[in-house]
Design a protein around this ligand. Structure first.
Ligand SMILES: C[S@@+](CC[C@H](N)C(=O)[O-])C[C@H]1O[C@@H](n2cnc3c(N)ncnc32)[C@H](O)[C@@H]1O
Length: 243
């Protein structure tokens, strides 16, 4: 594991127990955005014509405690979360139990972006996904272009790739310059300080998931607090399908 990835693992492990309470407000917004954009993201769910009677598999990569998974589990038959940090996977699996989805939502520790991938992730369970979702994690990845390719390969033809992340600068951001100081440890884990529509379009096209690419800025900013200060950042959601 590279030094950067190991740092991400450590920081996420340290934050895992308090993540859901510390970012409660942001996670509520993410949950709502994901549900509102579901049919724009993909037309294949258990309650849509395209998904009728089919197995609908979703990968929530860098899943953290599973906000995206719990929002979409009612509309899929199988949801798999993968994250670097053991603590996040514990939180993910307890979110699955609390939400009543333990029968179809399961998290495993792993790094699907590494040079050598453990045997268990090479089997059919980890391929041919209808949807691959990465929420609030792309800015942490050491090589975003390689990450995009690795994740795109796990989609079935026509499957949808979804990314939620920060814009470089949002009109509604506040305290942006203090953010790095107050989140010092997490700052060291960030590789890219936000993505534009054009950055995303290039990543999607280069990875072969540029079909019907679209990108929407979310009007409501993510808000969070640290050391008594309030921060807000503008996020986007991007989608594209595998060729
Ligand atoms: C800010 S959290 C986002 C968690 C969740 N997706 C959400 O939206 O709340 C970033 C997560 O990315 C994970 N992560 C960072 N780099 C990763 C990698 N290379 N592979 C898997 N997970 C990674 C961290 O362990 C952490 O749980």
């Amino acid at each position: 594991m590279s030094t950067h990835t190991e740092k991400n693992r450590q920081v996420a492990d340290n934050m895992s127990k308090t993540y859901k309470t510390q970012f409660e407000k942001s996670l509520k917004i993410l949950y709502r955005v994901v549900q509102e954009k579901r049919l724009w993201a993909s037309d294949t769910w258990i309650d849509t014509e395209a998904g009728q009677g089919k197995e609908i598999k979703m990968l929530d990569y860098a899943c953290g405690p599973g906000t995206v998974s719990t929002a979409l589990a009612p509309f899929a038959t199988k949801v798999i979360g993968v994250d670097l940090a053991d603590g996040m996977i514990d939180e993910y699996n307890s979110s699955a139990r609390e939400a009543g989805f333990a029968d179809k939502m399961v998290g495993h520790k792993g790094d699907l972006l590494a040079d050598s991938i453990p045997e268990m992730f090479l089997g059919p369970e980890y391929s041919d996904f209808d949807v691959v979702f990465v929420s609030m994690a792309f800015h942490h990845f050491e090589k975003p272009d390689l990450a995009m390719k690795r994740l795109a390969e796990r989609l079935k033809k026509g499957g949808a790739c979804l990314i939620i992340d920060f814009l470089p600068h949002g009109r509604l951001d506040h305290n942006a310059s203090d953010l790095l100081t107050h989140f010092q440890e997490a700052t060291d884990t960030i590789m890219t300080h936000g993505f534009t529509r054009e950055d995303m379009r290039k990543l999607y096209e280069a990875a072969g998931v540029g079909v019907r690419f679209d990108f929407q800025v979310i009007e409501e900013p993510l808000e969070f607090e640290k050391n008594g200060m309030k921060f807000s950042k503008t996020i986007f959601i991007a989608r594209g399908q595998r060729e």
